[in-house]
Ligand binder design. Structure first.
Ligand SMILES: Cc1ncc(COP(=O)(O)O)c(C=O)c1O
Length: 377
C-alpha cells in the first residue's frame, strides 16, 4: 500500500518584495537622461544629513575597516537606547528595519504559524510571514473615510489564534497614524484573550519607521506588554537609508528571544559610526522633518489644485487616489516619461487605483506639480 499522501500547501514561488524600475531602467525605457530621474517611490530623503559627509571625509570609524564591526555595536546601542528612552538590554540593532522584521519572523513565527496583517500596509510583513512558511491573515483596514484605521476589534479577534500581529503606525502606504488609543486597545485585548485561553499572547510588532514625523512613539507600552516589539529606523527621518540601520525595542526577555537570530556583523562599521553620530546630534533629522512639514501641505495642495485626489498625510509621502487602476497606470507611465518614479501597486492590491509619492525637496516637488498640471485629473 502506498503511504498516506501528504498534501503540503507550499507556494511554488517564495513571496517576494517587488521594486519599481531602477534609474537605469527608467532612463533606457523612456529615453530620459539619468540625471533627470527623481525617485518618488522610496519614502527616503533628498540628501543625507551633513554629519554623514563630515564623518566619511574624516575617515575615523568605530573600528579599523580591516576588522569586523564591534560585535555588540556597543556605542550605537548605548546612543540609540538613550535617544529612544529605553535600556541597553531593551534594544537590538539590525541592517535596517527590514532585517529586524526578518529576525522577528525567525524568532516568533513557526512554519505553519499565523500572522495578522491589517491591510493595506508595508509589503514586507507578508513576505516575511510567507517565507517562514506561515500564513498571512489579512484584516482589512477601515476605509479612507476612517483614516485607514485598523479595525481593532477584528485584529483582536484574529490575534486570538495568531503568533504575530504586524502593526505599523504611521502606516505605509496610507500615510496616517492609528487613532489615539487603538494600539493600546489591541495590546490589552490580545493580553486579555490570551489570559482567558491560557495561551501566550501573540507577539505584537509595532513598526514605527515614520515615528519622527509625528514626534510620537508608543515605546512606553512595552512596560506593560512584554509581547510588544517596536521597530525604529535610521532610513526615514534621519535620511540614512543607504546605511541600513534599524532597531528592535522590547522588554529584555523579548530582545533575548530575538538576539539568537542576529547574524554577525550585518551592520557595517561605517554605518555604525555615522548612525551613532546622527542619533547623538539630531539636527539633521530635525531639519529633514521641518523640510517635510514645510513641503507636505504645499505639495498636497498643488496636486489637489491640479485635480488629483490626495489623501491626508502625517508622513514623508502622499497617497493619491486616481479612481481606477487604469488611470493610475496611465499616470504612472506619464510620470515615468518625465523621469519621475512613483510607487505603484499591483492589480488585485486594495490600492491598485492609487500611487504613493514621496515628498521631496522644493525643486523636486515642483517637477511633480508641473507634471500633475499637465496630466490633469
Ligand atoms: C513601514 C516600513 N517599515 C520598514 C521599512 C524598511 O526600513 P529600513 O530601510 O530600515 O529597512 C520601510 C521602508 O519603506 C517602511 O515603510
Amino acid at each position: 500500500m502506498s503511504p498516506t499522501p501528504v498534501t503540503t500547501n507550499l507556494p511554488t514561488e517564495p513571496a517576494t518584495y517587488s521594486w519599481e524600475a531602477t534609474d537605469e531602467e527608467v532612463a533606457a525605457r523612456y529615453g530620459v537622461p539619468i540625471e533627470r530621474i527623481l525617485r518618488f517611490d522610496l519614502n527616503t530623503s533628498p540628501t543625507p544629513p551633513e554629519i554623514a559627509g563630515r564623518i566619511l571625509a574624516g575617515g575615523a570609524f568605530d573600528a579599523p575597516l580591516s576588522e569586523y564591526p564591534p560585535s555588540d555595536y556597543r556605542r550605537l546601542v548605548e546612543t540609540a537606547a538613550r535617544v529612544y528612552g529605553v535600556g541597553v538590554d531593551e534594544l537590538l540593532v539590525g541592517a535596517g528595519a527590514d532585517e529586524i522584521l526578518d529576525l522577528i519572523g525567525k524568532a516568533f513565527l513557526p512554519p505553519g504559524g499565523v500572522a495578522v496583517i491589517p491591510a493595506p500596509t508595508y509589503a514586507m510583513y507578508r513576505v516575511v510571514t510567507e517565507q517562514r512558511g506561515a500564513r498571512s491573515m489579512l484584516v482589512p483596514r477601515l476605509g479612507p473615510e476612517s483614516g485607514w484605521a485598523l479595525d481593532d476589534a477584528a485584529v483582536r479577534a484574529a490575534a486570538a489564534t495568531a503568533d504575530v500581529v504586524w502593526l505599523c503606525s504611521p502606516n505605509n502606504p496610507t500615510a496616517l497614524a492609528e487613532p489615539e488609543g487603538a494600539i493600546a486597545r489591541v495590546l490589552a485585548g490580545v493580553a486579555e484573550d490570551a489570559g482567558a485561553a491560557g495561551r501566550a499572547p501573540a507577539t505584537v510588532v509595532l513598526d514605527e519607521a515614520y515615528a519622527e514625523f509625528v514626534d510620537r512613539s508608543l515605546v512606553e507600552l512595552r512596560l506593560d506588554h512584554s509581547n510588544l516589539v517596536v521597530i525604529r529606523t535610521a532610513s526615514k527621518a534621519y535620511g540614512l537609508a543607504g546605511l541600513r540601520v534599524g532597531f528592535a525595542i522590547a522588554r529584555p526577555e523579548t530582545i533575548a528571544r530575538i538576539a539568537p537570530y542576529r547574524p554577525p556583523g550585518s551592520v557595517s562599521t561605517v554605518s555604525v559610526t555615522v548612525v551613532t553620530e546622527a542619533l547623538a546630534d539630531p539636527a539633521g533629522m530635525r531639519a529633514n522633518v521641518a523640510r517635510v512639514d514645510a513641503e507636505r501641505d504645499r505639495l498636497a495642495e498643488a496636486l489637489r489644485a491640479a485635480g488629483w485626489n490626495v489623501g491626508p498625510s502625517v508622513t514623508n509621502f502622499l497617497l493619491v487616489d486616481l479612481g481606477t487602476r487604469e488611470r493610475a497606470a496611465t499616470v504612472a507611465t506619464q510620470l515615468l516619461r518625465r523621469g519621475l518614479v512613483p510607487r505603484t501597486f499591483p492589480s488585485g492590491h486594495p490600492l491598485a487605483h492609487a500611487l504613493r509619492l514621496t515628498i521631496r525637496d522644493r525643486v523636486g516637488n515642483d517637477r511633480l506639480i508641473a507634471a500633475a498640471r499637465e496630466l490633469g485629473r
